[in-house]
Design a protein around this ligand. Sequence first.
Ligand SMILES: [Zn+2]
Length: 583
Amino acid sequence: MDEVYRMSISSILFIFLLAVPLCCVPVVPTLCVGEPSSQDFSRVILFSWDGIQYNHLMELYTSGKLTNLKQLVNETRLPILKALITDHTTETNYGHPSLLSGVGQGTTQGCPDNITVWEKIEAWNSSWVTASIAGKSKFRDQIFLEAKDDVDYWYAENVYAGVVTDLATEFVQNHSAHSFFLFVHYREPDYAGHNYGENSQQYEDAIIECDNQAGRILSTLEVKGIRDSTAILITTDHGFAEGGTGHSGSAWGAPDSDPNLYTIWIACSSGTVDLSEAANEYWDQNDVAPTIYSLIGLGDYGSRWPYIRGSALWERAFNVRDVAIIGIQLSTNMTVREPVYIGVFVENHGNYTEIPTVSVYYDGSLIETKTLVYPNAPLSGYSHGASSSEVTFTWNTENVSPGTYTISAKASVVSAEGASQPNLAYSKNETDTADNTLVDGVVTVQQLLTHCVVVDETPFQVITLSNSHVTRFNFSEPDMKISFNVTTISGTHGFCNVTIPKTLLRANATYPWKVSVGGVDKAYDKVENSTHTFLYFTYALGSHKVEIVGTWAISEFPTFVHLLLFLILLTSALITKMCKRKS
Ligand SMILES: [Zn+2]
C-alpha cells in the first residue's frame, strides 16, 4: 500500500467524524462504518452456545426454528455474521479466551491474567457488576483460573442450560438497577454433538434449547424494563465436524483445516448500524471483545490495549486486501558456510485478516517458504493501525558456492482464486501487488580452503578465504612463490584473503611482498602477527592466475645433512647387528 491510500483513509475518517456518525460513508464501497448507537449500552450479556456449526445454525435459523435469535436479528438490523478462528485449535479451552479478550491466545492452557472483558471492565469502572455463569466446570478449573478471582459473580459447574438460565435470570433480577456485564455459557450442543453426532436430532434439539433458554433471559430483561439498554451478543466457541462427533482442528489457514470447524458466527446488538451489506464477509473471533468495549463506551480499546487483535464489528472495513514486505534483516553479510538468519517483516495494509505465505530467495533460488498460520499469528486487518510480523528464516549456506548473492523476499498475492485454503474465505483479490516483493541486502558466501604445503616432510598450512573458486594451488620454494587460480562466481568483484605462515614464506619492509593477478601487479592490504602474514586483495570478475612472491622461503635440507643422517643410520644399524650376534 502506498502513502496515497493512507492519506485517503485518514481523510475519510476525518470527514466521517465531522459528519453525523450514523450514516453510510459513500467512499467505502462495501461496508458502512459507524458507531453502535448514539448512546452507549449500560449492560451487556454475551452468550456462548458451545460447539454450534455455522451451516447447521443457519439451516435452523432460516427454517424458523430459532425464534429468539430471529427476533434479536430483526430488532438490531444485524445479519448473523460469519467469523473465523484464526489463532488457535478449535477447542472450548482456546476459543473462550479469544472470545472474552480479543487477544489471540494461541493454544495455551488457561487464559493469562488481566486481559479479559471482566477484568478490563472492573479496572475501568468498578461500579459495573461482572458475572460469569457457565455450564462446564472447566471454566472454573482450567480456562479462567486468573480472571475468576477478579469477577464479582462466578459460577461454573457441569449443569444443564436450564440451571444456567435460572442463575442468570436471578442475576439479572438482582442487578437490574446496575450496569453489568454477564457471560452465559450453554454446553448442550457440544455434548449432543459428541454423543450423537452433528447430524443427529439431539444436536438440533440442543441448538433449539439454547435459543429457548436465551429467550427466557431476554424476557426477564423485558420485564425489568432494561431490554433496550442491554446489548446482546450470541456466538459460539468453535464449529462442529460435518456429520461427525468432534470439532478439534486447526485454525483457518492451516493446510489441514476444516471450514466446518474454524467458521463461527456472531449475532449482536448493533444499535442503529446496518451491517447487512457485509454479511458475506468474514469477521474474526477476536472481534467479540472489542465489540463489547465499543458498545459500552470504550471505543478507544485499540490505544488502551494495543495487544488486542480484533476490532469492533462496525470498525472492520471490507474494501482492500493488501500485504507488503516492508523490510529484510540479515544476521551477517559475510559468511563461511555458516547459517545466515534472515528476518522478513511483512505488513497487512488491507482491512481483512490475512495469512500470507512468505518466501525468501538468494538470487533466483528459493531458500524457504513459510505461512503465517498458527503458531505465527495471522495479520489483523487495518482497523486501528497496520499490523506487522517478523518471519524468520535460516539459510544454510554449507552447500552454496562461494559468491555474492542478493536476498529477496516475496509475500504471496492474496486472492480469492488462490488454491490455498487461506484465501477461500474471502471473495476479493489483492490489487496492489508491487509491494509484495522486496529485494534488500546481499550476502557473500566465502570459501575457506586450507592448502597443505610439505617441505621435507614438514607440513605448512596456507589458508585462502575468498568469494571465488580457488584452484591449482602451488608453492615453489626456489621461486619463493605461492600461486593459484581464482574464478569469480557472482557479485561485482572478486576478493581473496591469504594467510601465510612466516616459517614457510615471508617478506620484509625493505623487500616487500609482490602480489600479481593475471600478470599485473596488485595493491594489497597486509596485516601480520608473530606467526602469520595476512594479505587481502581484490580483482575483476573472471578467471585469473594469482602469484604472491616473498623474499625468504624455507629451504630444503642441504645435501651434506642428508649424507650425515645416512651415516648415523648406517652406524646404528651395524651396532645393533653386532650386539645381536654377541648375545
Ligand atoms: Zn467439545
